[in-house]
Design a protein around this ligand. Sequence first.
Ligand code: HEC
Ligand code: HEC
Length: 399
Amino acid sequence: MPDRSRAFRKLALFAICLTVAAAFLVIKTFAQNQTTATATQAPAEKTVDEVQKNIQVLKGLPQSQLIPVMNFMGASLGVRCNYCHVNKGGVWDYASDEKGEKKSAREMISLVMNTNKNTFKGSPEVSCYTCHRGRTQVAHTVSFPMPTPEPRPSAQAQGQAPAQTPGQTQAQPQGEGQQQREALPTPEEILAKYYQAIGGSAAIDKLTSRVMKGTAVTSNGTELGYEIAQSGPEMMLATITTDQGVIERGFNGTAGWEKSARGIRDLSAAELTYFRRYSSLLRDIKLQDQFSRISVAGKPKIDGRYVYVLRATTATGQREQLYFDAETGLLIRRSLSITTPVGTIPEQVEFSDYRDVDGMKVPFVVKVSSTDPNVNVTRKFTEVKLNVPVEAKRFNKPA
Ligand code: HEC
Ligand code: HEC
């Protein structure tokens, strides 16, 4: 008897131990999930319905995406803000529902969100652009003469990539019917070739500053004087000369500011994001550290030249594509996209006219394409200097 009860007690104890262990495990995994969730979410951003006055369908959209979404809708329809919003005596009233177009747009936003949710499992396949293609009116049916179907890929000359419409790239492995499928290099090999092409790791490591002078051509064709000084990984100062005077924009590593005839002000969070994205010294040089995942997406042609495409994801989940000239190894295009409820918003930077400067290769033409007209600009440099001393105090907000 005593033996049996001892055995029973042992068993009971074992059962308790198991339960406790299981409970610990649950708590532990729960805690882990909590920490990873908070780590990726960073400080919670306000949503548009918390900040704006009259949001009915875009509820939950992060505030930083409001203007990109508005620009995207405008670009998809080929219109400006005034197509949907009223401006009275120079004052915008974005919250007003006076215009029928704004109400139509609201129904369209719901249509897009519901289609993606119900038909495409939440994947952003359909956007305003899918139907509108840069116009307010959409095509309701086929028009005559009917478009001629494209020749079948097998009809293409062998060993040639399929023909492309200008500006389009097929970021997939080479066409079918290809005879010898050549092995693509690894991401590491593509990046190593790039670093070598721009001057080698010794020159990259020793790069401390860059001063560039030239012009900036805006989306409406205006040519402005443009100068940028970049020092260390973060400090930058852009000087833009317009007919109305000089505008300076600076960032000292912590604070971003603008000085113009109208006075001195702090840059908004969105302005600072753009400024840092396109103006930091090492952004397009030290690529490896910027991504947590990177893979080779193919070898299409751009403007008649083969390029290697890298598909990369940053630690925060931002997706990018990087295009390297297959022969020279140089970075010729970098594109990124933000996924929003009304569609995937693209943004692209192109680099060309690479020239030798103090042992490094520097692109003298940098073209930014965005659905935000204020960001659309082509910078053409005439003079570039590397590793020249720039006084640190020039990057601080003027008193
Ligand atoms: C195709 C129509 C359309 C265009 C073009 C458009 N908007 Fe909007 N906008 C809307 C709609 C619809 C809403 C309301 C969304 C909702 O109810 O969730 C809105 C809301 C807004 C709001 C929030 C107003 C508030 O306080 O409730 C702002 C700000 C705004 N738009 C700015 C702009 C700017 C700036 C542009 C030009 C870059 C622009 N919009 C272009 C349709 C448009
Ligand atoms: C599935 C196709 C489709 C999608 C996607 C779509 N639209 Fe439309 N849109 C239409 C059609 C069809 C009309 C009606 C055109 C007509 O009356 O001829 C229309 C009309 C409109 C109008 C009214 C135009 C006018 O002349 O009054 C606005 C504004 C509009 N769409 C905005 C948007 C916005 C913004 C988006 C993205 C959020 C969007 N649409 C997405 C098909 C689409």
